[in-house]
Design a protein around this ligand. Structure first.
Ligand SMILES: NC(=O)c1ccc[n+]([C@@H]2O[C@H](COP(=O)([O-])OP(=O)(O)OC[C@H]3O[C@@H](n4cnc5c(N)ncnc54)[C@H](O)[C@@H]3O)[C@@H](O)[C@H]2O)c1
Ligand SMILES: O=C[C@H](O)CS(=O)(=O)O
Length: 484
């Protein structure tokens, strides 16, 4: 397969409005996880270049904040249109560097673009307030202003949507962004920057810096000029960055790890429950922060659900994402594969039974069979650690109270799911689950209109929805006196 527009796969970083091309014997090579083939190279930008990007962003942001919200919205809408016009190329780039099937990659491009459209619209709704004064001669006003220069650090599993979910609200609010994409998937970020330039985004307002994560993160977190850090990734790195930002008192958004329970009550529609669980578990080959990590099934439908679910899992085709018949691509790297194998081995050593899969897939080094485990208990690693792979542990429960108790028995609090046909239970259980997102009778919850985020070790802040732009603004209270 070829790119219709080869200029979208650019082997360069964008620093302060200038493209820094990668050089033959330096920089970092990105490999296709399905084949091991080199996709391309990107430069390792220096600390000096990261600071150049930040300094240029400070200047560009001041001018951008003076642009009307309507003009900012126009440019964002143009960016949205260009992303959709180039969807097939962007999807191909994503499949080559991340491995997800082409159709799923195209779906992510559509999803990622929806955040750009949403915040193009929200740009014009950053309203202020006029508050009734506390004295006759006083007039109280509240306005929202952009925080300034934002640093964004994003993960490999959604190489487009996790970027637009940050960059779009930041630009809509009048901020500038310096982005460090995941080292595994820089080309999706670079292609978005190419299209942002074509959409008319002012120079230096959006930089994409590639290279050593620790070094780049160190420059970003220590710079007083960076007034907000928005991070999506693992809880461990999120906590590290949280601490690194403390000395400069930055605003923070942290979208971190998850350990989502998926509960099937005995009054649920079995087909609805199976399909919802398949989607919640195996989307992106189980590599999403909101994937069902534990599946709890009420005791008197446990065997029937396990059988029906296992039959569906056996239908999930595994292979190179360029094959239109493939539903599950490779895992991102060897570390991910070893974690999957470790969870399965631990569970089986403690009494769990493999109903489906359980082994590396013949398709290649990073491919793994979609796996179903039965007889899983709370003593196993897989119920407490985020697997981030195609393994579905099925756990039996007896009562609703027990289901809620075990579902909440985690330090994470991002997403949870449950299936029931009992209307009262919908509200009772939704309110009892300790997390930021609840899916009822569905495994698909993510959309630009809704606030995405969690609590506890899953992070702070919300992305998307009308709330997602607020964290890129500062409230200012203006008190006008002597009004007579
Ligand atoms: N809550 C969400 O919305 C969400 C979305 C996607 C992924 N995630 C989580 O991310 C994890 C998987 O993604 P990952 O493996 O890319 O996570 P990761 O934390 O290893 O990496 C995320 C980003 O942080 C960078 N990074 C790593 N160490 C750094 C450091 N010391 N300083 C600065 N930057 C550093 C990486 O280069 C990457 O860009 C999972 O835990 C998943 O749950 C959460
Ligand atoms: O990995 C977690 C992302 O947030 C995925 S999505 O927002 O659910 O698409």
């Amino acid at each position: 397969m070829e790119l219709r527009d080869p200029s979208l796969l650019r082997e360069a970083a964008l620093v302060a409005g200038h493209w820094i091309e990668s050089r033959p014997k330096s920089g970092r090579t990105i490999f296709n996880p399905a084949t091991g083939d080199a996709v391309g190279r990107v430069p390792e930008v220096s600390d000096i270049q990261v600071n150049e990007a930040i300094d240029a962003a400070v200047v560009a942001q001041r001018a951008w904040a003076r642009v009307t919200a309507g003009r900012r919205a126009e440019i964002l809408r143009h960016w949205y249109q260009l992303i959709l016009e180039n969807k097939d190329d962007l999807a191909l780039i994503m499949t080559l560097e991340q491995g997800k099937p082409l159709a799923e990659a195209a779906g992510e491009i559509q999803y990622g673009a929806s955040y750009v459209l949403w915040f193009a619209e929200e740009a014009r709704r950053l309203y202020g307030e006029i508050i009734p004064g506390h004295q006759e001669d006083k007039r109280l006003l509240v306005i929202r202003q952009p925080v300034g220069v934002v640093a964004a650090i994003t993960p490999w599993n959604f190489p487009c949507a996790m970027i637009t979910r940050k960059v779009a609200p930041a630009l809509a609010a009048g901020c500038a962004v310096v982005l460090k994409p995941a080292e595994q998937t820089p080309f999706s970020a670079i292609a978005l920057a190419v299209l942002a330039e074509r959409a008319g985004l002012p120079t230096a307002l959006f930089s994409v810096v590639t290279g050593n994560a620790v070094e780049i993160g160190g420059v970003m977190t220590s710079s007083q000029k960076i007034r907000k850090l928005t991070f999506t990734g693992s809880t461990a790195i999120g906590a590290l960055l949280y601490g690194q930002c403390a000395p400069t008192i930055k605003k923070l958004s942290l979208e971190l790890g998850g350990n989502a329970p998926f509960i099937v009550f005995d009054d649920a529609d079995l087909n609805v429950a199976v399909e919802a669980a398949i989607l919640a578990k195996f989307r992106n080959n189980g590599q999403t922060c909101v994937c069902a990590n534990r599946i709890y099934v009420q005791k008197n439908i446990y065997d029937k659900f396990s059988e029906a679910f296992s039959e569906r899992v056996q239908e999930l085709s595994v292979g190179n994402g360029l094959d239109p018949n493939v539903l599950l691509g490779p895992l991102i790297d060897e570390r991910a594969l070893l974690k999957v194998e470790g969870h399965i081995a631990d569970a089986c050593n403690n009494g769990a039974e493999i109903l489906v899969g359980g082994k590396r897939h013949k398709q290649g080094r990073l491919f793994f069979e979609p796996t179903v485990l039965k007889g899983v208990t709370a003593q196993m690693r897989i119920t407490h650690e985020e697997t981030f792979g195609p393994v579905a542990p099925i756990i039996r429960f007896d009562t609703e109270d027990e289901a809620i108790s075990v579902a909440n028995d985690t330090e994470f609090g991002l997403a949870a799911y449950f299936c029931t046909n009992d209307a009262s239970r919908v509200f009772r259980v939704s309110e009892a689950l300790e997390c930021g997102i609840v899916g009822v009778n569905t495994g698909a919850v993510s959309t630009a209109e809704a606030p995405f985020g969690g609590r506890g070790m899953s992070g702070i802040g919300r992305e998307g929805s009308r709330h997602g732009i607020e964290d890129y603004t500062e409230l200012k209270y203006i008190c006008v006196g002597s009004v007579g």
